[in-house]
Design a protein around this ligand. Structure first.
Ligand SMILES: Nc1nc2c(ncn2[C@@H]2O[C@H](COP(=O)(O)OP(=O)(O)OP(=O)(O)O)[C@@H](O)[C@H]2O)c(=O)[nH]1
Length: 323
């Protein structure tokens, strides 16, 4: 029996992992792809942002697959591969704060996974615009060190000199990885899939204690605040609040993303940000069976939950205003 190939997509917060995943799914015709998405926050946004068709989506929220929900990763994939359901390929998108070591460990140590799946490659997406801000984080360096392929993404948001510096630093952290520049995660399929690049021996040379059991510690001051609001939002109130909040707290905001329910709109509004950058656009239409609500997630340093909840609540269109 041939084993199901597994690609791990990792990379720091907001680097473009889901964008790459959507690109891969969009190119895969007639293939049954199962996807595991893991998010740090207690509210899962990525599941809603996967616009292309995946055969199965396993969402692991409220923790990192490198620590708190690692058991769920092994269990979820174990159940999938022993269910008899045909799966041609498995793609795992880690959270942006994941240490890849324990994730890799799960694939090489767990007996069920070992018997059914084969790690093909670890693909790390790097945010070319925010590289200098992010590379100070241990997780960002580990994600690069573990990569078989590094995609330097968001090339449109920076210049040649800075891209060159980023490539040089990536090469210093990982002399063996294949490095490629991309925009909007648009990597050729052959660059990221079925490349047979994963090599445990190489990884053990980088991280000799890879197979030892160790708990990954996330920095204490990095936290996540997720807020759900059932009432529709007024776009002008949201824009006003968010731009002020971002101006004041942008340095500490590692990542924000949300799916918003704007009053009178037939489509979701999807917005993303990293530090001082933010962008938003209409997403999928609301279906009659959808619960129309806004969900927003902030990951950052020393976040004040009450401040965020209060500010976000202030953007609601209240019933008497709507009338
Ligand atoms: N300008 C530009 N924006 C990009 C590019 N790639 C991705 N983005 C945008 O960057 C934002 C974050 O992209 P995602 O794919 O959600 O990033 P992610 O790594 O999955 O984020 P997390 O899972 O939260 O860590 C989105 O607004 C994307 O549209 C790019 O090459 N250029």
């Amino acid at each position: 029996m041939s084993k199901t190939p597994v690609t791990i997509i990792t990379g720091f917060l907001g680097a473009g992992k889901t964008t790459l995943l959507n690109h891969i799914l969009g190119q895969a015709v007639g293939e049954k792809i199962a996807v595991v998405v893991n998010e740090y926050g207690e509210v899962g946004i990525d599941g809603q942002l996967i616009v292309e068709t995946a055969d199965t989506i396993i969402e692991l929220n409220n923790g990192c697959i490198c620590c708190t929900v690692r058991g769920d990763l092994v269990k979820g994939i174990g159940e999938l591969v022993t269910s008899g359901r045909p799966v041609d390929r498995l793609i795992v998108e880690t959270s942006g704060l994941a240490d890849p070591a324990p994730v890799v460990q799960s694939f090489v140590l767990d007996d069920v996974l070992k018997a059914h799946v084969q790690l093909d490659a670890i693909v790390t997406v790097v945010d070319a615009r925010h590289f200098a801000d992010q590379i100070g984080q241990d997780e960002a360096r580990e994600q690069i060190a573990f990569a078989d392929v590094v995609l330097i993404n968001k090339t449109d948001l920076t210049d040649e000199a800075s891209l060159y510096r980023t490539e040089r630093e990536v090469r210093r952290l990982n002399p063996l990885a294949r490095i490629q520049r991309v925009r909007d995660g648009a990597a050729a399929r052959a660059t990221v899939l079925d490349i047979g690049a994963f090599d445990l021996k190489n990884l053990l040379a980088i991280e000799p204690d890879l197979l030892d059991d160790h708990e990954h510690e996330h920095s204490d001051d990095i936290g996540c605040v997720a807020v759900t609001i059932p009432e529709p939002l007024a776009p002008n109130l949201f824009n006003g609040w968010f731009s002020k909040f971002q101006k004041e707290r942008g340095v500490d905001l590692l990542r924000m993303k949300g799916v918003l329910n704007f009053a009178g709109e037939s489509r979701r509004y999807v917005f993303h940000g990293v530090h001082m950058t933010a962008d938003g656009r209409p997403g999928r239409p609301w279906a009659a069976s959808d619960v129309r609500q806004s969900q927003i997630v902030f990951i950052g340093r020393n976040l004040d939950r009450a401040e965020i909840e209060g500010g976000f609540a202030h953007c609601r269109v209240l019933a008497d205003q709507a009338a």
